[in-house]
Write a protein that binds this ligand. Structure first.
Ligand SMILES: [Zn+2]
Length: 396
């Protein structure tokens, strides 16, 4: 009988309790559809003609637009606990909503087949809970992306543990915002940093939508290593990219400051905060609220001082972020060292998958770039042997 599959595991037992609480009148029909079946194509036979929307960034199948939790962006956050806490504090909380939130939290422990079964069973309810199904799809996709991203970075840079981009720094300091004394002797070295990767949902979230009040660069003979964005005290400040919080403390003129190390090696800094919402060591997703804006430290009025750094040296945030449209300028950041900071420009990088019979000259011609550019982008030589299936970055 189908329910015996569910009771095999503790969290599944919870599921069946919750499902019965959701006025499930008939026995669960378990259709062990393949994971890809429901994740990518929305081919659930029970969905009927319901309109589906496939989000290209993260391949989440959505049945309409509604989710259980309202969020400022499409990015999932760790809001389930907070929602549960606030729901349980009110006297007249909706038990069904609590059950749904608990159900989502338990989904992470299930196998793919079990999640597929769960979703199929939800489609058999007399009132199909589309927001709940969307939320489960979103949550699972987020977990998958997280796991995939960690494994990808681990594969590319084997020494990148226990912290993001550890091999670039070799140091993890939770006390000082800029502890690095790295040797930058080779000014010609360019770094190509991936800013956005739609495959793994590494994306950007604008830290705060206020107007820019002071730009990066020299200011009254002193260098301004970041950009100032106007905000009101208590306004939420968001993580620009996914990563790990390295610093969250009061530090001199910065006041309450958060520094996040990202997987591509960039660090972003958020100063003059009024309150912290994270602590050192926390992992964050792009868009997570990391603190509330304020005027702590050396500040004449409430604003966000936002810095982007690479190996301790500042980068003009406007090299990568368009503050008017609040979006990235390009997919990849190319950095070159100058005496004072890194100068960056963005480029949109295309990936070419090497096929049988490909050679560098042919590929360069195909994309209208030089062989030298391809070699630099991929750290290969002109006479390197290309492997079929190898992925080459092509600067656009
Ligand atoms: Zn500033």
């Amino acid at each position: 009988m189908a329910t015996s599959i569910l009771t095999e595991n503790r969290s599944c037992c919870l599921l069946s309790c919750i499902l019965s609480g959701m006025r499930l009148k008939k026995a669960l029909i378990l259709i062990l559809s393949l994971w890809a079946g429901w994740l990518f194509a929305g081919t659930n036979p029970m969905a009927g003609g319901h309109e589906t929307r496939k989000d290209t960034a993260s391949a989440v199948v959505m049945y309409g637009d509604s989710l259980l939790i309202e969020r400022p962006s499409f990015f999932p956050d760790r809001g389930y606990n907070a929602q549960l806490d606030s729901l349980l504090l009110t006297d007249d909380f909706d038990p069904e909503r609590v059950a749904q939130l608990k159900l989502i939290q338990s989904v992470g422990d299930l196998s793919r087949a079990q999640v597929a079964s769960l979703i199929d069973s939800l489609f058999t309810l007399s009132e199909v809970p589309y927001p709940l199904i969307n939320e489960i799809n979103l949550y699972i996709t987020m977990l998958e992306n997280q796991r995939a991203r960690h494994s990808i970075f681990a594969a590319e840079v084997p020494h990148d543990s226990p912290h993001p981009a550890h091999s670039l720094y070799g140091e993890w300091n939770e006390e000082i915002p800029h502890p690095y004394k790295l040797n930058h002797t080779n000014p010609d070295t360019g770094f190509y940093l991936k800013l956005r990767d739609t495959l793994w949902s590494c994306d950007y979230y604008h830290p705060h939508s206020g107007p820019v009040t002071s730009r990066f660069g020299w200011r009254y003979g002193r260098r301004h290593s970041g950009i100032d964005v106007d905000l009101e005290v208590w306004d939420p400040v968001h993580a620009a990219f996914a990563g790990q919080v390295r610093v969250a403390r009061f530090y001199g003129g910065y006041g309450r400051v958060v520094v996040i190390r990202h997987y591509n090696g960039l660090e972003t800094l958020y100063a003059h905060l009024h309150r912290f919402k994270v602590k050192a060591g926390d992992f964050v997703e792009a868009g997570d609220v990391i603190g509330l804006g304020g005027s702590s430290g050396r500040s004449t009025g409430s604003h966000l001082h936002f810095e982007v750094r690479f190996r301790g040296e500042p980068v003009n945030p406007e090299n990568l972020i368009d503050f008017r449209t609040q979006s990235l300028v390009g997919d990849t950041l190319v950095l070159h060292k100058t005496p004072h900071w890194y100068v960056g420009r963005t480029t949109n990088v295309t990936i070419h998958r090497v096929e049988k019979g490909d050679y560098l000259h042919k590929i360069a011609q195909q994309y209208g770039v030089s062989i030298q550019e391809i070699c630099e982008l991929n750290a290969i030589r002109r006479n390197s042997t290309l492997r079929v299936g190898q992925r080459l970055r092509i600067s656009g």
